[in-house]
Design a protein around this ligand. Structure first.
Ligand code: C5P
Length: 238
């Protein structure tokens, strides 16, 4: 497999063509951003950690029967994925109140939610990724009603699988963001990444943040924290 021309550069990843039109070569970058790009820093080692963490998590989800884009990890910072057309939605699942949910509804962070809550945000930088409802998604023709039902169901399946995974690592899964894509035949695959950049993870014993809130809230250095998440994931596989 050969790395071809750059197709897309996001905030944390570059996507390259390969000699197979169905396969994309991903390079994880060291850039960290928050507040829709308003806060930006280079953090050495971040790309490597997220690539390794995401790879292990997508393999775990595949073992649980959740169809996803991950093919294999190539190096510390690179992986191969299936080519998909990304559906421009951020699908957020919440188990415990935190972040924008706590702010919007004045619910203290840490309040357990009786049932997981699924939210959809429109991936659109110019609009600042607004939260949208099912009718908006259908009006904008972002996804069909049938696809939305699949996204919701897959998101809840991922939630169950990840709660189990993180629980075995003494971590509480607070919330996370997923993205999905369509293959040529319209099959929906879980895509993008699952890492401490995209999840809120609290240490079960100490309640410490093991995620990007460390960066967003200026609580310290994310590298030792992300390394701790990777260490616990690897230990689990031994
Ligand atoms: O900020 P908010 O509380 O809505 O975030 C919910 C979850 O989605 C958090 O785990 C956060 O890391 C993730 N998220 C993300 N990318 C975004 C927005 C939120 O990964 N653009």
């Amino acid at each position: 497999m050969k790395k071809g021309t750059l197709l897309y550069e996001g905030k944390a990843k570059q996507l390259f063509q390969t000699d197979d039109p169905e396969v994309i070569w991903v390079e994880y970058l060291n850039q960290a951003t928050a507040l829709n790009g308003a806060k930006k820093d280079q953090i050495n080692g971040k790309g490597e950690l997220n690539n390794q963490i995401t790879s292990l998590i997508f393999d775990f989800l595949a073992s649980k029967g959740i169809k996803n884009h991950f093919i294999k990890r190539l190096s510390a910072t690179e992986q191969l994925i299936q080519s998909v057309e990304i559906i421009p939605l951020e699908v957020v699942v919440r188990n415990v109140a935190a972040g924008s949910f706590s702010k919007r509804l004045a619910i203290p962070e840490g309040t357990a939610l009786k049932k997981p809550i699924v939210e959809f945000y429109y991936k659109n930088d110019a609009l600042d990724d607004p939260m949208i409802i099912d009718d908006h998604i259908r009006f904008l023709e972002i996804a069909t009603g049938e696809e939305l039902a699949i996204l919701r169901q897959m998101a809840l399946e991922v939630d169950q699988a990840l709660i189990e995974l993180f629980d075995s690592m003494a971590i509480q899964l607070i919330d996370f963001k997923l993205e999905f894509g369509r293959q040529k035949d319209d099959t929906i695959l879980l895509a993008d990444e699952i890492s401490p950049d995209t999840c809120r993870l609290w240490d079960k014993k100490t309640q410490e943040h093991l995620d990007k809130d460390i960066y967003r809230r200026d609580l310290g250095d994310i590298i030792p924290v992300y390394q701790e998440v990777l260490n616990r994931l690897e230990k689990r596989g031994e």
